[in-house]
Design a protein around this ligand. Structure first.
Ligand code: VGL
Ligand code: ZN
Length: 201
């Protein structure tokens, strides 16, 4: 068991990000046994859940004529338009059935505001609207985070960068993550994380 101030953050291990899902990440389900084992080693365990309304603006379907994986401009900056995924209450939004969620202390849902996407577990994509996770971790005395989950180059990286900016010591356990890797996004994400002082372990 690690020191009391260490938390494991399990990012978006949901059906839609696993093989067969709407926004499947290659090998997304292969990380589940390692995550289940890690959950038992951390005193604080948080799971995040991407949780979009059907009319969410990050869905290509809600932009007539736009193709999935194309880029659009939102008031807060560029936004990739995704295939419809993790719709609130759908099977795709559920945690993968092999993920052992019972040891989780907190489940934080994100991306529920129709007008704004939320990759990070800490802030929505405007980088200012908080999810509340920072307050939860600080009030529990957490100073060190290990991140795992899906996808490495989007929700895991955004979460890691925000956590580092907030002053947490951050590690990403790469073997327990899988990437979407759109046009080199994984390499860019790893570079950004290293520059921000995130430990890729
Ligand atoms: C994610 C794209 C859209 C992720 C979530 O979990 O990395 N990626 N929504
Ligand atoms: Zn999403």
């Amino acid at each position: 068991m690690r020191a009391a101030e260490e938390a494991l953050i399990v990012v978006d291990v949901q059906n839609d990000f696993c093989p067969g899902g709407a926004l499947a990440v290659a090998g997304g389900d292969a990380i589940i046994p390692e995550i289940n084992a890690m959950m038992r080693q951390f005193p604080v365990r948080v799971l995040t859940q991407d949780w979009h309304p059907a009319d969410h603006k990050s869905f290509a379907e809600n932009h007539p004529g736009a193709a999935p994986f194309s880029l659009t401009q939102m008031p807060y900056g560029p936004q990739i338009l995704w295939p419809t995924h993790c719709v609130q209450g759908s099977d795709g939004a559920l945690f993968h059935p092999r993920l052992e969620t019972a040891p989780g202390d907190l489940i934080i849902r994100k991306g529920f505001r129709p007008e704004i996407d939320s990759y990070s577990a800490f802030f929505e994509n405007d980088r200012t609207t908080p999810t509340g996770l920072e307050g939860y971790l600080r009030t529990r005395g957490v100073t060190r985070l290990t991140l795992v989950g899906l996808a490495t180059d989007f929700c895991v990286t955004y979460s890691a960068l925000d956590a580092a900016r907030l002053g947490f010591a951050v590690a990403v356990k790469m073997s327990a993550c899988r990437a979407i890797d759109l046009e080199g996004s994984l390499a860019t994400a790893c570079q950004q994380m290293m520059q921000a002082g995130v430990d890729l372990i």
